[in-house]
Design a binder for this molecule. Structure first.
Ligand SMILES: C=C(O[C@@H]1C=C(C(=O)O)C=C[C@H]1O)C(=O)O
Ligand SMILES: [Mg+2]
Length: 469
């Protein structure tokens, strides 16, 4: 039976088990092999039948990097308020890790994928009831596509009580034929939705109230979001949704986190922070305008955005805060003076990349903790804005607008903010979109901006664009 694992691998696994027994401490063992190329979405879809647990999907646009995890080899979660970021990190650090691979490629081997809620103080509502304030998983199997190469990672938490036979057996699947994950994906067929539930009037009123509060100098900026509930005639196929997001939103990060029967899916253009060795990249994204129907109109709109005072103010507040937050944990911070445009299929944004070098002792999660929520999703000043959101917003954000992403055992990783997203279950979807409110905000214009931001998910769900909502 145990004939396909090579001897070095076997020795390493048995050795890890011995170590776990000697130290009475569970060890994470990870084997990594390069495998034949396969569409990661096929792997995600077929893995449902393996019955080894929940899955996640992640792809980042810049370097053709995709992760698909299946099964929960280890779950780290907490319901903490202030310490939730640090707690996840310290728990992760407690486990000794052994990587069995020819070479460590970033994004392979032992890593955690997961996310946080936006506001742990706000009491959970029914929709988000099963989502912890912080939840991360070490997948049992993980497919990584990086620079056109495909890798399969198999993880196991080896406890002092495991036996060597079971451990070796677990890693046998690292030799499996990846071809078996081929799946028939037909993303063409659209879903019709049956009903929509909105709280438009309440939201517009909240925006009006927020502008009054800003004019009264209570705060500078607050981001207010609304939600849309859709009910479809048939069960939503999450593979189709991810597939369409991949086609329609190639410049965005695509994520999906499965939590019981729910899948939190989105295509966000907004990176919170990326760390590779000590190199840090964060992005300021705030200020929005629609795309033009032809090149000329598109450029005209882009130019208008680049010079629009209200949008520049929304944006500058974000740049100022991100600079302050990162100055604390980074050296050699580089912040361009003026924003450029970032265009997605449906919208153009003001965008400023911020680069730096991590100071010793500052981890990726330290930076996430320091940044969240940036004024792109919260407001300024931070505390006042979060309180204002609690007071005025007619919804519960759950994991919307909060950090979601991955990090590995060497503190490489990347987090985005989970916007342009929705929570899907059976034939129901809840979608979320918000806007940065400043003193010059006009509620009707901001409402139209949220409509624009709902489009990517609307289109991915329906297979066509809808005018409603
Ligand atoms: C809050 C959202 O987007 C944020 C708000 C923006 C704005 O108001 O201009 C732009 C980008 C995002 O930082 C959302 O998409 O839900
Ligand atoms: Mg805006």
């Amino acid at each position: 039976m145990l004939t396909t694992l090579d001897n070095t691998m076997k020795e390493n696994i048995v050795h890890a088990l011995e170590k776990a027994r000697q130290t009475n401490q569970s060890v994470i063992v990870s084997t990594v092999r390069e495998v034949d190329a396969i569409n990661p979405l096929h792997f995600y879809a077929t893995a449902e039948k393996l019955n080894i647990g929940e899955r996640f999907f992640w792809s980042s646009p810049s370097e053709h990097f995709t992760l698909v995890g299946v099964g929960n080899e280890l779950i780290l979660e907490n319901e903490d308020n202030d310490e939730r970021f640090q707690k996840i990190e310290s728990q992760w650090r407690e486990y000794p890790k052994r990587l069995i691979a020819a070479k460590h490629e970033i994004g392979t081997g032992p890593l955690l994928f997961g996310g946080f809620s936006f506001d742990p103080i706000k009491e959970k509502d029914l929709l988000w009831e099963t989502f912890s304030e912080a939840k991360f998983v070490l997948p049992t199997k993980m497919l990584t596509v990086r620079q056109n190469k495909t890798y399969l990672t198999i993880n196991k938490l080896i406890t002092p009580f495991d036996d060597s036979g079971t451990c070796l057996q677990h890693f046998e699947s690292s030799n499996e034929n990846i071809e078996k994950y081929k799946y028939n994906l037909d993303c063409e067929k659209g879903n019709e939705f049956a009903s929509i539930e909105l709280k438009t009037a309440e939201w517009v009123e909240a925006v009006q109230q927020a502008t009054d509060d800003i004019k009264a100098n209570q705060l500078d900026k607050v981001v207010l979001a609304r939600e849309v509930h859709l009910e479809f005639s048939e069960t939503i196929n999450p593979y189709h949704v991810i597939g369409r997001l991949q086609t329609e939103q190639p410049t965005s990060f695509i994520f999906c986190f499965e939590n019981g029967p729910k899948q939190f899916i989105g295509a966000t253009p907004e990176r919170l922070v990326k760390k590779q060795e000590n190199q840090v990249l964060s992005t300021c994204l705030a200020g929005s305008i629609n795309r033009g129907s032809n090149k000329q109109e598109d450029e005209m709109l882009g130019n208008k955005l680049l010079h629009d005072e209200k949008n520049l103010l929304e944006h500058h507040i974000v740049v100022k805060m991100i600079r302050e937050a990162l100055e604390y944990c980074c050296n050699d911070l580089n912040v361009p003076t003026n924003p450029i445009l970032l265009k997605t299929k449906n919208i153009q944004h003001l965008y400023t990349p911020v680069r730096g070098l991590a100071k010793d002792g500052y981890s990726l999660l330290d930076m996430v903790a320091k940044l969240h929520p940036t004024p792109a999703l919260g407001g300024y000043p931070k505390q006042k804005a979060v309180e204002k959101i609690r007071e005025l917003e007619p919804m519960h954000r759950g994991w919307y607008a909060a950090p979601i992403g991955w990090f590995d055992h060497e503190d490489n990783g990347e987090f985005v903010v989970a916007i342009r997203s929705g929570l899907i279950e059976d034939n129901k979807a809840a979608l979320f979109a918000g806007c940065g409110i400043v003193s010059e905000s006009d509620p009707e214009t901001e409402y139209l901006e949220t409509k624009m931001k709902l489009k990517p998910m609307m289109s991915a769900l329906g297979g066509k664009e809808y005018e409603g909502c």
